[in-house]
Design a protein around this ligand. Structure first.
Ligand code: NAD
Ligand code: GLY
Length: 363
């Protein structure tokens, strides 16, 4: 097992990464507050792992209650948050209770937001069960839900007391979900670590074959990068925005196609290539760099074009309500080089339209 730390002063917390961690009480106990624990999971993950987590908590003499939510991005809603709050109230859970988010990024974001809201904030432990959640969403304290008009538009920062990333649970993860997680892994190489990007190019077949050592390395490097960025800029006043490479395009895809049609990682993959294309049009990276990024995304089995029928106007309309819009001005994370990104508002809107037209596919 490897343990990394997210350094946030008195709110610092560990990220434990390894196999067979769900039953290890020694990892759980320091992260629990009080006796009452609410485990939030999904209809897919609960049958696989809920008993194991609930069992180790009960053995540690905790009062355990559970909420099992319907699966998928279309349930990342205020209604799901309400379901968790109702359960916390029904069980008369106090301010010293702990919410455990056992699932992928959707469960982590929804349960995290419920924990942020209940009695103005109770303890949270993230137990990510997808690759995407292990490398990204469980770390850093962003929680929230979607609005029909925009992704993640309702939420709060609420850091967990610990992250327990058991890589054994990835054994049951679907192929498509594994690939979607690799999009966020590739993101870290693109924004901050050219050497890691080369490692990913060389090791993509091992990652797709779920080689344990390769997965451990990819998760560890990703979490190290994210932890460092979050420690520097917890509330996204600056550098943290780089973690959104490809996300302004990607969120438009997720909203435009209907939540859950494209997985988040798939939308981010196409979005990162769009951002690379824009960066090339602005003269910052070469066409060879763009081809290299495209080849890596394709090797990971990720989409590299816009959804069929989604035209530039549809993108621009949705991108206008992105969270990075400042004083009415759209800002995009663009590449200065592979391994180096920057938030920019100084682009020609005609260039953005040209990029979007270039990715258009017939309906
Ligand atoms: P997800 O939570 O919908 O999980 C994908 C699918 O995998 C679901 O069907 C789920 O039930 C299933 N699953 C989960 N673990 C499994 C396992 N071990 N075995 C079998 N099936 C399993 O999607 P995701 O890709 O994990 O997360 C995407 C979400 O994360 C998006 O809503 C995105 O906005 C959010 N996100 C948040 C942050 C953040 O910082 N908070 C960062 C990145 C992404
Ligand atoms: N995934 C974006 C962030 O955590 O800031």
């Amino acid at each position: 097992m490897r343990t990394l730390n997210v350094e946030l002063g008195s709110r610092s917390y560990p990220i434990h990464i390894g196999r067979d961690l769900l039953q290890q009480q020694a990892l759980w106990l320091p992260c629990l507050r009080g006796r009452q624990v609410m485990i939030v999971s999904s209809e897919t993950v609960a049958p696989l792992y809920l008993d194991s987590v609930a069992g180790s908590l009960r053995e540690a003499d905790r009062e355990v209650a559970t909420v099992v939510l319907p699966d998928g991005e279309s349930h990342k809603t205020l209604a799901s948050v309400e379901q968790i709050l109702d359960a916390l109230m029904a069980h008369r859970f106090g301010r010293d209770c702990t919410v455990v988010a056992l699932g992928g990024g959707v469960i982590g974001d929804v349960a995290g937001f419920a924990a942020a809201c209940y009695q103005r904030g109770v303890a949270l432990i993230q137990v990510p069960t997808t690759l995407l959640a292990q490398v990204d969403s469980s770390v850093g304290g962003k929680t929230g839900v979607n609005h029909p008009r925009g992704k993640n538009m309702i939420g709060a920062f609420h850091q967990p007391l610990g992250v327990i990333a058991d890589i054994g649970v990835l054994d049951t993860l679907g192929e498509r979900e594994l690939r979607a997680g690799l999009a966020e892994v590739i993101k870290y190489g693109l924004i901050a670590d050219a050497e890691f990007l080369s490692w990913l190019e060389a090791n993509m077949p091992r990652l797709l074959a779920r080689d344990e050592q390769a997965l451990m390395h990819a998760i560890e490097v990703s979490c190290l990068t994210k932890a460092a960025i979050v420690a520097e800029d917890e509330r996204e006043a600056g550098r943290r925005a780089l973690l959104n490479l490809g996300h302004t395009f990607g969120h438009a895809i997720e909203t435009g196609t209907g939540y859950g049609t494209w997985l988040h990682g798939e939308a981010v993959a196409a979005g990162m290539l769009m951002a690379a294309d824009m960066s090339c049009r602005m003269g910052n990276i070469s066409t060879q760099d763009v081809a290299r990024i495209k080849a890596l995304l394709e090797a990971a089995g990720l989409p590299v074009a816009a959804p069929a029928g989604m035209d530039a106007d549809a993108f621009l309309e949705l991108m206008a309500s992105d969270k990075k819009v400042l004083a009415g001005q759209l800002r995009l994370v663009l590449l200065d080089a592979i391994g180096n990104a920057r938030v920019r508002a100084d682009f020609d809107p005609a260039m953005l339209r040209a990029t979007l037209e270039g990715f258009r596919r017939a309906a």
